[in-house]
Ligand binder design. Structure first.
Ligand code: FES
Length: 260
């Protein structure tokens, strides 16, 4: 279970706060959309990262480990364990993808995979500002794409959940969502109101230590489902009565209240 050293082949500046790292994994990684890897930023920390490509991760600068990763250059290495987790289950022939910020990381490869096998794809993608827009080309190549920004600097002014009002949700065979927890909580509430929670999948982020279902640090209430092993993708109806949107836990297991 030791990390394998992967050379960074390419660093792509997606936005001022988001970079993509394409890795030389010599074919051993082969993750599927929705799976994640544990990334060891040497000397700092090991953190879970969704695969944004079969051999790549897309990272937002938010803490010590990601700060350290932002200092890395092509030719440097990262320690990688994985891929882990269940990944998205592709259901039906007409899917809706709802993406918030860097929640795009596991969703863009899903959109591409679905489009490649003839599934009709619609994407609602929300960002804070125009400067933070990324993966737009990947989404547009996969299907019809509507964009929102919180400040209105690009696309619809407002939240990605606003865009859900203008479409007939019932026409989609499955709805996939990843983004800030507040946004996912709202999306799940809307879908539940349409009695469609059982037709949706959400990718969760929680504090992880082992990444393989042993340590319990990523368990969610009330059922103790392990985000690393039973997820990170869960059906919406599984999450309705969960801690989603209410609290998460820090590295020592203490509850961190979210915003409600
Ligand atoms: S990170 Fe250890 S059980 Fe999930």
């Amino acid at each position: 279970m030791r990390p394998i050293s992967a050379k960074i082949l390419k660093v792509i500046d997606e936005t001022p706060t988001i970079k993509t790292f394409r890795l030389d994994t010599a074919g051993w990684l082969k993750g599927k959309p929705g799976q994640f890897v544990m990334v060891w930023a040497r000397g700092v920390d090991e953190v879970p990262m969704a695969l944004s490509y079969e051999d790549g991760i897309t990272v937002q600068r938010v803490g010590e480990a990601t700060e350290a990763m932002f200092r890395l250059k092509e030719g440097d290495t990262l320690g990688i364990r994985g891929p882990y987790g269940n990944g998205w289950e592709l259901v039906g022939d007409n899917i809706l993808i709802i993406s918030g910020g860097v929640g795009s990381a596991p969703l863009a490869p899903l959109a591409e995979k679905a489009a490649a096998i003839g599934v009709q794809v619609t994407v609602l993608a929300g960002y804070r500002t125009k400067e933070e827009v990324h993966f737009e080309t990947r989404y547009r190549k996969a299907g019809k794409t509507l964009i929102s920004t919180d400040d209105g600097s690009y696309g619809h002014k407002g939240f990605v959940t606003d865009l859900m009002r203008d479409i007939d949700l019932s026409m989609y065979t499955q709805i996939y969502c990843c983004g800030p927890e507040k946004m996912m909580y709202r999306v799940l509430g809307i879908l539940d109101g349409h009695k469609m929670a059982d037709r949706s999948q959400f990718s969760l982020q929680r504090h992880m230590k082992c990444g393989i279902g042993v340590c319990g640090s990523c368990c969610i209430d009330p059922d103790g489902l392990r985000v690393c092993r039973d997820g990170p993708v869960f059906r919406g109806d599984t999450l309705i009565s969960s801690e989603l949107g209410r609290y998460a836990r820090d590295g020592s297991g203490r509850r961190l209240k979210l915003w409600l």
